[in-house]
Design a protein around this ligand. Sequence first.
Ligand code: ATP
Length: 577
Amino acid sequence: MEFATFADRAGTIDAEPADLEIVAHVRDLLAAADDEIEVVARFVQGRVFPAWDSTTLDIGPSACYEAIARAAGQNVSSDDVEDRLADVGEIGDVAASYEFGGQQGLGAFTDGDGGTGDDLTVREVADTLTELAAAEGSGSHDRKVDLLFGLFNRASSEEARYLARLVLSEMRIGVGEGTVRDAIAAAFEVPEDRVERALQVSNDYGRVARIARDEGVVGLDTMDLAVGRPVQAMLAQAGTVTDALEEWGTAAVEWKYDGARIQLHHDPAGMDDGDGSTVETRVFSRNMEDVTDALPEVVEFAAETLEAPAILDGEVVAVDDDGSPLPFQEVLKRFRRKHDVAKARENVSVRPVFFDCLHADGEDLLADPLTTRHDRLRSVLVDSGADGDAGDAVADEDIEGLSLLWTTDDPDEIESIDADALEAGHEGIMLKDPESTYSPGRRGKHWRKRKPDVETIDCVVTGAEWGEGRRATFLGTFELAVRAGDEFETVGKVATGITDEKLEELTDLLEPHIVAEAGQEVDLEPAVVFEVGYEEIQSSPTYSSGYALRFPRFLGVRYDKDPEGADSLERLQRLQA
Ligand code: ATP
């Protein structure tokens, strides 16, 4: 397919407001493609490489401006390009505003009379961009600019418009993943759900388009996960415990670990590392970037633990010397670090916690229920020792790298799991539908991050507890009270789960108000007001007010309020009613 044909259709799509019409144009484009169908399916979404492939062109906007300027002729400089960009605001319009062709030099192809000698094809553009991405080391900047210049120099205005947008990841013609899915289904008369499944396991729109065309539904159905090729992570919606239990009856509850999402791919027989070498383990971030080199602890964990090919989904958490979690920013620092990982590791180490298993020993598990996948995860992680059955006797807590999972229909039990998670320094809990399958890329209702803040209330802090271990010098669990006439009546406790910095600030604020101490517990004179989120108010004999906040969360100090300004028992009663 000529690149002009692609650019022409991209222009039509760009001008089309109706979604259905856009799908029809993409369908026609795919149907018109020949060998280059994979490239067309990606280009139309503004992608040069498959979604699972974290290769980038590694080229900044200025290199693109330089190439445009050179192709536009001797009187044009990068500054001119930037000036026009400042005027019109969009690189496609800028590129389309020049006349290209006929410039001599590396990569230039002219027919001697100012016109281009041969027309650009989609395949050529893809091959050149692949070559450009691969250029590295000294001289690579110039090489990249030369290659781009070669493309622009042969481009018409409309081709240049979409070439520039493609190169700078600014295609924006309104073609999302759903559009391409529907277009593939329509072009090759295959059911949308089968296209969807194939996309989920392969994460490759190009391949799915080709297989749908060449092999039909039978081909799509045989597409599987591949160890070494990341899939999109399943995501969570915010939701309440009450809703979760109403919908599912029983909920699977896990701690919400405060770290960064990882997908671990491991194959003892080795896989391609993307650069042509063979490795046993690759680790991908939530955006499917390869972060293997930044997380040697995870690679070591895999080598020590996993005996067969596996794809595991989880979180990597930064920990201090006692193994207590540190704020997730510490993990992010690691992700950003390309060099000196060994040094970073001395400062902060990380450990993985896995909560899902997508593939184990040749078997894809996406379609299995959550609890089955978690059982499989357990058996993959447990050290079965010499006797294969020994793993059954090991408690889940003792299996390194395994997230704990409770299945329960009891809100009280869920509340206590939530309190434990906060106490352990994590973010709270995740609620999952125990029967649900794994849907890559979906932010569905089967995974819920518990949302506590249905309401907020301002409470006076009337007591606290000194922490333990590393946190022994900090006040941690805070007793909350509301106004009742001249008195204050308790309504609950808010556990910590706050960063050390915040705890230090709160300790400094509250310590002067200690009026009595017994063991770890302190009584405080009413002075400081906290804003607290909660999910529900219940009648409860536990606290002196006769009420208890369910799932209280510390949201901040109301520095602007004194105890008289805190919420009253009457308001609590009204809120509960
Ligand atoms: P979002 O996913 O909404 O864009 P986010 O990445 O900040 O935002 P949250 O939505 O707050 O994350 O929560 C979902 C994330 O929680 C997951 O992507 C994962 O990184 C993390 N997480 C921690 N523990 C678990 C768990 N047990 N199950 C699933 N996800 C978990």
